[in-house]
Design a protein around this ligand. Structure first.
Ligand SMILES: [Ca+2]
Length: 268
């Protein structure tokens, strides 16, 4: 059984991984799944701890069509809606096939905030990424930031809130969604990898690599919340600091890369 705090990697080479709630999924092509017509696949939303929390979610997928139908959706762990639904991509109803993200929250009804990904073409594969950190959600397509949310950002289960489950759907005969891979790296795993004692072997695979973007987002969120540049989150008492020195992420990344070149290990 996969623990919600573990990293996750689903290639679709051998089954659906944690995506156990599957309906009408075309798996005829090895290494990918396709949702056409009415189809859905998601992790079981059994309670607030189901699914995953803060971290980086990376989905390689292709959205086909120019009508609403396909969706990459992070669904409230307790399966209650309206709730903390986070939609990484859907197609707008305006007919030109524009893709967009939406953050939902419950304000007594279904409140939501869409952000359109202008210029992102359907019909070709993209890497969709959702980085969920305390106080900020960042969405990237092919490595470029396309949407940022700093209001109504949900708190994950480990910090007193609720996780979200990973899901995909299609509900239109004129659209489809093909998913090539699903990866999740917990935010805490990134922090642990950056600790001085960490010495991750190069053979451990991509999941062990440090996610500098997630770290930077975490630090910036902490600064906004506490006025301090640190990695320890809002649990750290905001003691007065005589000097505020921004973290030089480029220098740290260069140091880590130099260490990797010299020793074959990712560490500081
Ligand atoms: Ca694959």
């Amino acid at each position: 059984m996969t623990n919600a705090t573990d990293a996750l990697s689903i290639s679709f080479d051998n089954g659906f991984g944690t995506l156990g709630n599957a309906w009408n999924i075309d798996q005829s092509v090895a290494g990918q799944i396709t949702l056409a017509g009415n189809a859905s696949i998601m992790e079981w939303a059994t309670g607030p701890a189901a699914g995953h929390g803060y971290g980086t979610y990376t989905i390689a997928a292709q959205v086909n069509g120019n009508q609403p139908g396909p969706g990459i959706v992070f669904w409230p762990g307790d399966n209650n809606w309206p709730g903390q639904e986070i939609d990484l991509v859907e197609i707008t109803p305006n007919g030109d096939g524009a893709q967009y993200a939406t953050l939902h929250w419950n304000d007594g009804g279904n409140a939501y905030s869409p952000q359109v990904f202008w210029g992102v073409a359907s019909g070709v594969p993209h890497e969709y990424q959702m980085i969920w950190a305390p106080g900020v959600i960042t969405m990237k397509i092919d490595g470029a930031v396309r949407a940022t949310y700093t209001d109504h950002v949900p708190v994950d289960f480990a910090h007193g809130g609720m996780n979200d489950t990973i899901g995909f759907l299609n509900n239109n005969s004129h659209t489809s969604l093909t998913v090539f891979s699903v990866d999740y790296t917990p935010l805490g795993a990134s922090s642990a990898a950056a600790a001085p004692a960490a010495n991750v072997g190069a053979g451990s695979g991509a999941a062990a690599m440090i996610d500098w973007n997630a770290l930077a987002i975490q630090v910036e969120a902490n600064f906004l919340a506490t006025g301090r540049w640190d990695l320890n989150g809002t649990a750290t008492p905001a003691a007065p600091q005589p000097e505020q020195t921004p973290v030089d992420w480029n220098a740290i990344a260069a140091q880590v890369e130099a260490n990797y070149a010299a020793t074959g290990s990712w560490h500081l």
